[in-house]
Design a protein around this ligand. Structure first.
Ligand code: 9MR
Length: 336
């Protein structure tokens, strides 16, 4: 090999690779980022981390657990940010932006919150302090926060969390205002699942956003989780993303994965590939859809098998960190 060839060959080979990757394609389509969730225990796996910090695929990280209430305020007024800090450092080192997840959720709450029997005023001050302290700790380092997570039931009624049963819907503006005061530049989101298609839950969320805006409460975005099942992408996905964007907020796909009943078959794999493509095409087509986050990129660390017995293979990379056809589905979606 001549000297010139040995210099040029790796360069030439790297061009098609660097073009056809998930974040470069998302940004070429005008999006802010393509990203992934990650979790602290995974950061000890060097092969995993090598891909996590591949910015051609991922320009954004979300901590799957370490910014949640049980992790960040395990006892009242005692805050621990080590896990979240580790993921922020990981992202920053590679120029990746962060989504914060989350301030107020009915799940992964410490007992002192759920069993505290607080009155309305006390619980509101607890919510205010939690959101303000959490968001304030990360001031200037988080692109967007899921301030409110999963506030609705599937029929569009409010979920009867400890927050709702104690304060009604008052905890929502309280949390959003506390987050805004703590980091005025962070985008504040409400995030939920089963709001991918039009329907009662999406309508209820849209109505809440309208009401918050009418009341002058800060709200910047709707997070559409997008935990889907192979073959069941709602036909109204793109329309629904557009409906949300038309409220004057940004929209993001925040927790994408598409699970199947195992074992994987060629038919399921082909359908999953098509489904990933459909989801990406929907975000691509809606200018207010600003980015897409996988709920981890590898089946090795997917939450799905632990929650849905007999289901899995939901991610675009397999358990050995090899790209699956689903990866190509995402590529085709951005290139469509
Ligand atoms: O991925 C998270 C998993 O490790 C946790 O065990 C689980 C506990 O509830 O939460 C998972 O993340 C959830 C996210 O915070 C909110 N939307 C649904 C996600 C999957 O359950």
């Amino acid at each position: 090999m001549t000297k010139t060839t040995s210099v040029l060959l790796p360069l030439l080979l790297s061009i098609p690779l660097s073009i056809a990757q998930l974040n470069t394609l998302a940004q070429a389509a005008g999006k802010l980022y393509f990203g992934t969730a990650t979790d602290n225990p995974e950061l000890t796996n060097t092969s995993y981390v090598a891909q996590l910090q591949n910015t051609l695929d991922f320009h954004q990280l979300t901590p799957a657990n370490s910014m949640k209430w049980d992790a960040t305020e395990p006892s009242q007024g005692v805050f621990t940010f080590n896990g979240g800090d580790q993921i922020v450092t990981q992202a920053k080192t590679h120029g990746q932006i962060m989504r914060g997840h989350n301030c107020v959720w009915h799940n992964q709450l410490p007992d002192w919150v759920t069993a505290g029997n607080f009155d309305n005023a006390t619980l509101l001050s607890i919510v205010q302090n939690h959101c303000g302290t959490l968001v304030g700790h990360y001031k200037g380092q988080i692109y967007a926060w899921d301030v409110i997570n999963e506030a609705f039931n599937d029929d569009g009624t409010f979920r009867e969390s400890v927050f709702f049963t104690t304060t009604g819907t008052s905890y929502i503006p309280t949390a959003l205002r506390a987050a805004r005061a703590a980091d005025p530049n962070a985008k504040l989101y409400i995030n939920d699942f089963n709001i991918e298609g039009t329907g009662a839950k999406s309508t209820a969320l849209a109505n809440l956003v309208k009401q918050l805006k009418a009341d002058g409460v800060p709200i910047d975005g709707i997070g559409v989780q997008t935990h889907l099942i192979v073959g069941e992408v709602p036909t109204t996905l793109q329309q629904n993303l557009q409906n949300f964007a038309d409220l004057g907020v940004e929209v993001a796909i925040t927790e994408l994965d598409i699970r199947m009943t195992l074992p994987e078959t060629p038919v399921l794999i082909a359908q999953q590939t098509a489904d990933y493509q459909t989801v990406i095409e929907a975000c691509k087509a809606v200018s207010g859809c600003i980015g897409v986050t996988l709920w981890d990129w590898t089946d090795k660390f997917s939450w799905v098998p632990g929650t849905f017995a007999g289901q899995g293979a939901a991610c675009p990379w397999d358990e050995n960190f090899l790209k699956k056809p689903a990866y190509q589905g995402i590529v085709e979606g951005w290139q469509s």
